[in-house]
Write a protein that binds this ligand. Sequence first.
Ligand code: 13P
Length: 253
Amino acid sequence: MRTPVVMGNWKLNGTKSTVTELVKAFSTVANDAKNVDVAVCAPAVFIGMVESLATGSNLKWGSEDCDVHTQGAFTGENSPVMLKEFGCTYAIVGHSERRGYHNETNEVVAAKFKSALDNGLVPVLCIGESEAEYDAGKTLDVCKAEIKAVIDLCGIEAFNNAIIAYEPIWAIGTGKTATPEIAQNVHKGIREFLKTFSAEVADGVRILYGGSCNAKTAPELFSQPDIDGGLIGGASLKVADFTAIIEAAKANA
Ligand code: 13P
């Protein structure tokens, strides 16, 4: 049985005041959701604050990205060692916004995944196709290539300590959630692909859905056999919405 995960990705949002409000509220909700892993991934500048506010609760936290290097002359980057020092459990890597706006290739994302893993963080590997790729029926080809780059660099066993987030780009921030059937088919296809390397790893890895997942759509999505929770953007900035999504995960734990 895989423990469900509900993880917020705040992206480039937040103020000291909203971060305080959200972390206080989510810490309480997480304490009440012992059978669900609840986390928020915050802009790096807020991670120290999140640590101070959430320490001692069941709420975990992480970063939205992670550099390949641990230290040195890499202006603007955040090292996995630093993130670990500030109590991060998770590091998102390969979000489509980073792949798109920062030209991160599958190989760069794989290197970031390795850097996070080697330094004690749980990488959350984001994968997913564009609308044009979806229309062309290439969804699974894209997802497999994104995963294969990581397997080539880190080996299949790396997924014993990692999470996959399937986030169709056409569903992110658009309000166009993938239907539970579409998402389940892709998640199943991803798990079957992983099975060709290791049935045990494929069985254990949590695969989250992301892309306009909200209080309304989460219950049916989370009831699908291969959907193990969600990576939540916009709705993770609202106490009531994120709380409702956690409730949906609890119901399927
Ligand atoms: P939205 O939930 O805002 O669509 O964002 C999803 C996402 O990109 C999470 O990483």
